[in-house]
Design a protein around this ligand. Sequence first.
Ligand code: AMP
Ligand code: GLY
Length: 429
Amino acid sequence: MKVLVVGGGGREHALAWKLGQSPKVSQVFVAPGNAGTATEATNVDIAATDVDGIVAFAKQNEIELTVVGPEAPLVAGMVDALEAAGLRVFGPSAAAAELEGSKVFCKNLLHTADIPTADYRTFRNADDASRFIKDKYSDPNDAVPVVVKADGLAAGKGVIVCETRSDALQAIDRIAGQKEFGAAGNELIIEERLTGQEASVLAITDGETIISLPAAQDHKPAFDGDKGPNTGGMGAYCPTPIVDEAMFEKIESDVLVPVVHAMKRARKPFKGVLYAGLMLTPAGPKVLEFNVRFGDPECQPLLMRLKTDLVDVLIAAADGKLSEIEPLEWDERPSICVVMASEGYPGDYETGREISGLAAAAEVEDVKVFHAGTALVDGKVVNTGGRVLGVTAIGNSISAAKLNAYTAVQKIRWAGAWCRKDISDKALR
Ligand code: AMP
Ligand code: GLY
């Protein structure tokens, strides 16, 4: 069968790679893809957000399974459009994708379903939000441990963690006053700042049955030791020992199961990947956010460990038959993904720089280099995005996997390339 992956990042390269390993798959298309997907699948020049273009392509080419990677096309209704055209697709409807597309919807659902999350208030304008902060923290020198969040999608940038009153007032102004994130800031949330380790627990669901995947840990801040600005994620590993078996069961029973039920009750049945971003607080795990897709980079180390045919799982989920699937089989060994980024990321960065050493890196045992922001220009691989490569490795221990990944990282060069050096160290502490 022919399958189509929508998107062009590291997650989509990993999906295309894994789907391509299935004996049932004759051809994998990726729209728009990158230089990495070009080497093991067929890139199609259609933007990931072009709903009509994707539907037309899937119809013409008799695609039997479309997998939508990023959140924007999901929120824009790509799954609804494909289903309306009679095509099979893995991912949530636009209504269900609101769980990520609107933080206000998400928080209200969590509150109604009594799922642990930070205390919060929602606001429709900057004045009300600022007044709330000034009333609650009357002394300008008070610590103000809050997080201010734009309601809508803001490419991960609409979340501002605050320490002081002026941080909070500034954050409110940026989101709801200056509208730095556009319409995403039409509503905002002010919530209690939580402390603890963060973990990502993803599950595949057809709206009834839930198959949770091993817990992973992302590294969102740009620099070593979790310093610097937030990014899309600078690396991940799985499984993370930070989530032990008891904690994992608690997350399944107190978070994943009630969310799937609550979505059904809200008449927005959820099909696809449900991604819980969690803070492991002294009072137990609390939900920071939900994503409605595989995480990037969490997807890369997860799929490296998956032994089951991914096509079977995603088709069963799309067809509402997940209960018929055997338990997933995993490589026992842990895996890690180190993101190599462009100079300046997550701020402005230059593109078009030639990347060398990819062939040497590919020869390192137990390593797979997934491309993210790359393109092939005149036969050369160049950087086109902030996050450029996801060097992913497996090993007998987390430290062995880490060593394999960084051995491959050292073979890859381009002007200004950098990465965090401490991915997975939190597991070893
Ligand atoms: P989100 O996109 O909601 O996951 O937020 C991005 C990042 O902001 C998270 O990974 C956390 O590091 C941080 N964050 C979000 N909400 C909170 C919170 N209530 N307390 C502390 N940190 C938070
Ligand atoms: N790794 C975080 C995300 O995919 O949103």
